[in-house]
Design a protein around this ligand. Structure first.
Ligand code: PEP
Ligand code: MG
Length: 762
């Protein structure tokens, strides 16, 4: 049964256009189940009816004509109850309604099941038989299972249907597709689909007799590609962080003769021509990467394929760019590709690029990292949407929510343009006050810090008036390398940051890998990575990694007083004791070295991340062992609510505005104040206008956030009054759910004239 189901689902998924897909589905079900008819009705919410969209067995002329009210007939009943209905003799059922158009007089047995996707009824699928009988449990189970699997395919097919000009669909389908937010921002523009002129995947392999000539051909093509890639990275200009440019160094390494080259030349010696040899080697490389469990490494397959297609273009003596594009790229272009690669971005005319949409990929993709650094909105991982149907379409891209709206209708367009204009206007206003202090109207001063990772110095640049770095995610430079960075490499990185801002606090978190942050060169395979070996748990088990890092931090702080060390994922006091012991050991070693050169090493402040709920109940004890706390609301929310922060299926349950999370945060600030220990919030909540206001109301005075949120939060703080926020707090803490909390704060933002922030996807 499973194989049959899979085959049906796969086949239907490959058919572009809603109606042909559904027609095929009905036919396959009728054939497979040996029933007399199978029909599919889809919900039209505007008119509150279920419309017959496909049938195999009933009168096909009734398609699109028969519309059954949500509370009419057996089909309506299945939709209403949202459960299967299995009836021996349908005409005798009190809810039976005769629809002469479908010509079903000869049918008696009826089974119907709802098609539901993401809690929404999409339609009803039914089977009918001419005999009087009850469908067997197996038949019922098949239909129910098929309907659950087909829900997603229908949701996707509906999207395709919207774009399919031949489709006669009249249903008000949702025209928006949900992907993963890759880079924040809003854009409305015209899709420009890019693909490579030569693709290894299309190549038919061939043998050669002139191996020497093929080796030469390959080497020349690699040299040419090397120059092209170097000039691409120059195209990106000087404004990008060095770490982002490091993406191109990966290409350099792959082009190195000792990497791909050696294996390709070996294949040429086996008498394959240059292009075929490249294909044979790359196919096996890409398959190995794609099969890796961790998503970051899977993404590297994209880099290898992109690079190899560029080499192939040069082997084939291709002229100009290896990418096929329209010669007329519009001013408001949205770059769309199956896998947007970093070089594609670099090659695109910068002034025309309004947004990026990548059918595959995640926010780990290099394209997403680059888009964030370039300030271009991006949506990744749109799933089964055919590229050809997107080309030249108008798209609205919401990089905050990960939503892409296709060919928006006039009223929606107007709304989107308004949103974009609001975002722009807001941006201007926020910019104009960026250098002003973060002080509420009634004089409450806030300290705003930056969360850094990619390039801390650049991120600090965006926060000139800011008080420093509240969270330096040291794992990001670790993730961008192919091996653990040495103590000297780490020292240089940390020293450049500490010495560039000697009067500002710099909070460096020790390595927080594991969970969703893998290192390619330190693979961890676990059933439950978020509850597994991550953060301090891993580094305490590997004191050599921890000590090298802490030594590098301490060496970097010789003669300086601004180093703060932060410990991630702490869940027990013994972890703090052990980390303190190791830090003390490293401190004495580095101090000895400093003394020899007549330099001073100051004791760094040591802090603990509050992100595992257990520590909330031991705060008073922990406060005696460290110098400060930093609340990680991202993980605290995930662990308090038992909701994976990266799982889109449960994304609607993940909210830091859940009253239980807020009550925990309130308790943390109160206990911290009681213990007189400084506390910062460094999770995403601190960088959201509503979140920041709630935290201020509770009594938090230090917030650390992404550089791009800083100015906005600064501006919000300058336009509110602490006394008003404090008055709202009891109401917020007694809400029953996140929506009510958001409503209260949004209302306040509206009253204060800051409603644009809510509308512009803040
Ligand atoms: C957090 O968990 O809130 C946090 C800031 O850390 P990260 O997002 O890096 O896990
Ligand atoms: Mg965390």
């Amino acid at each position: 049964m499973l194989t049959t189901l899979k085959r049906i689902v796969q086949e239907v998924n490959q058919i572009p256009g809603l109606e042909p897909a559904l027609a095929r589905l009905a036919m396959l079900v009728r054939e497979t189940m040996k029933v007399d008819s199978c029909s599919i009705y889809l919900a039209d919410y505007k008119n509150q009816v279920l419309v017959l969209k496909a049938t195999d067995g009933l009168d096909k002329t009734a398609i699109n004509q028969v519309k059954i009210g949500f509370n009419e007939g057996l089909i309506g009943l299945v939709g209403q109850r949202e459960e299967p209905l299995n009836i021996e003799n349908a005409p005798l059922h009190p809810r039976f309604k005769h629809y002469p158009e479908v010509n079903e007089d000869a049918f008696f047995a009826f089974i119907g099941t709802p098609i539901i996707h993401q809690r929404k009824l999409l339609g009803v699928m039914s089977m009918q038989q001419k005999s009087i009988r009850r469908f067997s449990e197996d038949e019922e189970a098949f239909l129910v299972t098929l309907a659950t699997q087909i829900g997603l395919e229908i949701a996707n097919a509906e999207i395709r249907g919207v774009l399919d000009v031949n489709s006669e669909t009249t249903i008000d389908t949702h025209k928006s597709i949900n992907g993963v937010p890759g880079a924040p921002g809003l854009a409305l523009g015209q899709a420009v689909v890019l693909n490579m002129k030569h693709e290894l995947s299309q190549l038919i392999v061939r043998k050669t007799t002139d191996q020497q000539k093929e080796v030469e051909r390959y080497r020349q093509a690699v040299e040419l590609t090397r120059t092209q890639v170097a000039s691409l990275s120059d195209n990106l200009g000087d404004s990008l962080p060095e770490d982002v440019k490091a993406i191109f160094q990966l290409y350099e390494q792959l082009l190195d003769a000792n990497s791909l080259g050696r294996e390709v030349e070996q294949k040429i010696r086996e008498c394959w021509d240059a292009a075929s040899s490249l294909k044979l080697v790359v196919d096996s490389y890409a398959a190995r990467f794609a099969a890796m469990e961790d998503p970051y490494m899977q993404e590297r397959a994209v880099d290898i394929i992109d690079l190899s297609n560029r080499i192939l273009h040069n082997i084939m003596n291709g002229s100009g760019s290896p990418i096929n594009t329209d010669t007329n790229i519009p001013q408001n272009a949205i770059l769309v590709a199956r896998e947007v690669s970093a070089p594609m971005l670099a090659e695109f005319p910068a002034g025309k690029l309004k947004a990026i949409v990548s059918i595959q990929g995640s926010n780990n993709s290099h394209a997403a990292i680059l888009a964030r650094a370039m300030g271009v909105p991006a949506v990744m991982g749109l799933g089964g949407v055919p590229l050809s149907l997107l080309n030249h379409q108008e798209l609205f891209v919401d990089g905050y929510s990960g939503q892409v709206v296709l060919a928006p209708e006039e009223y929606a367009r107007t709304e989107f343009l308004q949103l974009i204009a609001e975002e722009e206007a807001l941006h201007q206003r926020i910019e104009s006050e960026a250098e002003q202090p973060a002080k509420t109207e009634d004089g409450c001063e806030m300290t705003l810090l930056v969360n850094a990772g990619l390039s801390a110095n650049l991120e600090m640049e965006q926060n000139k008036q800011g008080a420093g770095v509240g969270l330096y995610r040291t794992e990001i430079p670790f993730m961008l390398r192919e091996r653990f960075p040495s103590e000297q490499e780490q020292f240089e990185l940390y020293h450049s940051l500490l010495s560039a801002h000697p009067d500002k606090e710099m909070t460096m978190r020790t390595l927080d890998v594991g969970g969703d942050k893998p290192l390619s060169y330190f693979p961890i395979s676990e059933e439950n990575p978020f509850l597994g070996w991550r953060g301090i748990r891993l580094t305490l088990d590997h004191p050599e990694i921890f000590l090298v890092q802490v030594r590098a931090m301490l060496r970097a702080s010789i003669g300086l007083t601004n180093l703060h060390i932060l410990l991630p994922m702490v869940s027990t006091i013994s972890e703090i004791d052990e980390a303190n012991r190791l830090i003390k050991q490293a401190f004495h070693e580095v101090k000895e070295e400093a003394v020899k050169t007549n330099k001073v090493l100051f004791k760094p402040a040591i802090g603990v991340m509050l992100e595992v709920p257990a520590v909330i109940f031991q705060l008073e004890q922990i406060a005696k062992k460290v110098d400060f706390f930093s609340v990680g609301t991202n993980d605290l929310t995930q662990y308090l609510l038992a909701v994976d922060r990266n799982n889109s299926r449960v994304a609607q349950l993940y909210s830091s505005y859940h009253p239980s999370v807020l009550i925990a945060l309130n308790q943390i600030v109160q206990t911290s104040n009681f213990c007189k220990i400084p506390v910062t919030v460094c999770g995403e909540l601190a960088g959201e206008p509503s979140g920041a206001l709630i935290l201020i109301a509770m009594g938090y005075r230090k917030l650390s956030m992404n550089a791009h949120s800083l100015r906005k939060i600064n501006w919000v703080i300058r336009n509110v009054a602490i006394c008003e926020l404090e008055a709202l707090l009891p109401q917020i803490l007694s809400c029953s759910g996140p929506d009510q909390v958001k409503e209260i704060v949004d209302q306040y933002l509206e009253i204060r004239g800051l409603g644009g922030l809510v509308r512009a996807g803040s």
